[in-house]
Ligand binder design. Structure first.
Ligand code: AMP
Length: 311
């Protein structure tokens, strides 16, 4: 399995947050570190296909962070700088790392951000609407000409504060991603399989429910796939795992140029592999120091781990 051979089918457009995160886990703490759903997703996707990032940062956003993102195959023409402060998010995790306890969400420059896509961005075939205000996700979708594939993600904050708009996004996307708690909350349904079914009825042809260290399940109306999480013994910071998963998934689909069941399954494993690296360190540190060989090796390990014979 080589991820770096051949040509991608097209670039991936990622819209979402670029943030300064303050995070405390039982294994350490970081203040105002580079984060945001779009940062994790873009860097992850850039392992497989060129990326176009659409987001806004404030005057306080460090040039070194722009430079860091620009060192990947990420087009930053859609990264606007606006007067005010960059989006900030603070949270802590207890020993149960699957639960992020948000202590502050400061939208700052995102409050008045209305993305105006550069003209060449409007033809991007693969779109990832990462976690951000659903109104912004819709405004990006409205500007796209004929996307081949639209993938979306969200979180509890938007389920609670922008439910109706979020339902509109779901109705217009091909693949919906959510973590288990969010799927239960949005569908008001404790059983995950039943929640997945309800999500499918809201519009997307495929639903992927992420289960933190326990992997992910993917459902469509006529298929079901379950992927394990990579068995890591040391997790330092789970922040960004979901976004990294999604970036890997969309980037892989863009590289393959198709989204049939087989390719989607490989994309889910690729997403799991990418996420397993992100959680090994704080912020995007591990992603910035990751090679294609390491990704391919972990992918092969998961293949070996899940092989079993027939009856
Ligand atoms: P996750 O993959 O769910 O761990 O996502 C964590 C990232 O989401 C962090 O880097 C945050 O900056 C970002 N984030 C947290 N809350 C929000 C929000 N309400 N809207 C957009 N991004 C957010």
């Amino acid at each position: 399995m080589a991820f770096d051979d051949g040509c991608p089918d097209g670039p991936v457009l990622v819209v979402g947050s670029v943030a300064y995160d303050s995070v405390r886990t039982p294994f350490g703490e970081r203040t105002e570190a580079l984060g945001g759903s779009a940062s994790y997703a873009s860097v992850s996707a850039s392992f497989f296909a060129p990326v176009r990032l659409v987001a806004v940062v404030g005057e306080d956003f460090a040039p070194s962070h722009v430079e860091r993102l620009g060192q990947r195959d990420i087009d930053l023409a859609g990264l606007q700088r606006a007067p005010g402060k960059t989006f900030r998010w603070s949270c802590y995790y207890e020993y149960d790392l699957s639960q992020a306890h948000t202590t502050a969400t400061e939208l700052n420059v995102f409050e008045s951000f209305r993305p105006e896509l550069p003209s060449n961005h409007r033809d991007t075939p693969y779109i990832f609407l990462s976690n951000i205000d659903p109104t912004l996700q819709l405004s990006v979708l409205d500007q796209m000409r004929h996307p081949k594939l639209v993938v979306c993600d969200t979180m509890n904050f938007w389920i609670e504060n922008a439910r109706e708009k979020l339902l509109e996004v779901l109705a217009r996307c091909d693949v919906a991603l959510m973590n288990d708690a969010e799927a239960r909350q949005l569908c008001e349904e404790p059983n995950l399989i039943a929640a997945g079914r309800k999500l499918l009825n809201m519009g997307p042809g495929t639903v992927i429910i992420k289960k933190g260290e326990h992997g992910a399940v993917m459902m469509s109306h006529d298929s079901y796939f379950t992927a394990p999480g990579y068995p890591l013994e040391e997790i330092r910071d789970p922040t960004g795992a979901g976004d990294t998963f999604a970036g890997g998934l969309v980037g892989y689909l863009a590289r393959c140029g198709k989204a049939d069941e087989e390719t989607l399954r490989r994309a889910v494993i690729t997403g799991s592999v990418m996420a397993s690296f992100t959680v090994e360190d704080f912020s995007l540190n591990r992603l910035f120091n990751l090679s294609h060989e390491e990704v391919a090796e972990r992918y092969r390990e998961i293949m070996a781990m899940t092989r079993f014979g027939g009856l």
